[in-house]
Design a protein around this ligand. Structure first.
Ligand code: FES
Ligand SMILES: [Fe+2]
Length: 346
């Protein structure tokens, strides 16, 4: 259940080079590499001869040579050489997928190629905006990507899943506001005048030398097809952060791009970008390490959930008020997936 006609993050730009990278995206096996001029390429990772994954082969210049009988494909997927004969069968080709490199990620289009509009790449400019600094990682989570979307749209879970870092007892009862704008759904929450959770008190002390109470915000937006961007931060209590003045605080954008791998697995690309202490490279490294630990805690939860869901797929569950955004997003994904299927069938 995912939108077909959309750009999905396939890899960090640094992951794709001159060694073939095999990665399943939206249930399609793909192999990624860069041409000699640096342009990234994505081909179906399955030879049209006897189906060996092309990622078992090797590059010859810009071409991919299958590791079984040597059929050779150019970067458009066309077979250009069959070593054992003089002619190439006209139907010998593998699918090539449109790619775009933007915001430090390589994005792939899995649906109808004619609709692959570069303007549709989600805006996550904080990941490469010079006014921001940060970094991130990728992990394979053994769960439906929508479980991570749910997780990120309901941050009350921080209290229970991340009690030693970003969790705070006040989060679940702090009021939320949910808004929908086109295919973007945003959940906002403010917690005022409180002793900040360790992750945030550490940043306020490190970057601002401040150790008092704070106002905290969490503004999480679902951005189609499967991304959640979260504007988070804390500021000295009562200094007007909720009115737009964040000058007495620290702000970060947590970028989460969940790309379906298969039905019950997904690639979780995340980055934590900040607009304070941007020249502090050690801080960037520390935040990556701490964020990775936090997201490893989420991984345990969503994978355990997935095991139960797979075992009892028809089990009746209940929703609570905090699920409003997640339920809205699921309906949106379902409607978009269904209409793509109908147009394919037509
Ligand atoms: S399987 Fe690829 S060349 Fe035979
Ligand atoms: Fe979490």
């Amino acid at each position: 259940m995912f939108m077909q006609n959309a750009w999905y993050v396939a890899a960090w730009d640094r992951e794709i080079g001159r060694t073939p990278l095999a990665r399943r995206i939206c249930d399609r096996p793909m192999v990624f590499y860069r041409r000699e001029d640096g342009t990234p390429v994505a081909l179906e990772d399955m030879c049209c001869h006897r189906q060996l994954p092309l990622s078992h082969g090797k590059l010859d210049g810009d071409r991919m040579v299958c590791g079984y009988h040597g059929l050779t494909f150019d970067s458009t997927g066309k077979c250009v050489d069959v070593p054992s004969q003089d002619t190439v069968p006209p139907s010998a080709r593998v699918r090539a997928f449109p790619l775009i490199e933007r915001h430090r990620f390589v994005w792939v289009w899995v649906g109808d190629e004619a609709l692959a509009d570069p303007d549709l790449v989600p805006d996550i400019h904080w990941n490469d905006d010079p006014a921001w600094a940060g970094n991130g990682e990728v992990m394979l989570a053994q769960c439906d990507y929508r479980l991570l979307v749910d997780n990120l749209l309901d941050l009350s879970h921080e209290t229970y899943v991340h009690p030693t870092s970003i969790g705070d007892a006040r989060l679940p009862s702090a009021p939320i506001v949910t808004k929908t704008d086109g295919d973007q759904v945003t959940v906002s929450r403010w917690v005022y005048d409180h002793e900040p959770a360790p992750f945030w008190s550490g940043l306020m002390k490190h970057s601002r030398g401040y150790t008092g109470n704070c106002d905290r915000w969490q503004i999480a937006s679902f951005v189609a097809p499967s991304n959640v961007v979260i504007d988070v931060g804390v500021a000295e209590t009562g200094t007007g952060a909720d009115k737009g003045d964040r000058s007495k605080g620290v702000t970060a954008m947590v970028i989460n791009c969940m790309t379906p791998a298969g039905k019950d697995s997904c690639w979780y690309f995340w980055a934590n970008a900040r607009s304070f202490s941007i020249d502090d490279e050690q801080l960037t490294r520390d935040i990556v390490v701490n964020t990775a630990k936090i997201f490893a805690e989420d991984k345990v939860i969503v994978e355990a959930q997935q095991r139960r869901i797979s075992e009892f797929p028809d089990h009746k569950t209940v929703s609570i008020n905090l699920d409003v955004a997640a339920v809205r997003v699921r309906r949106m994904i379902e409607a978009a997936s269904r209409s793509a299927k109908q147009s394919t069938a037509a």
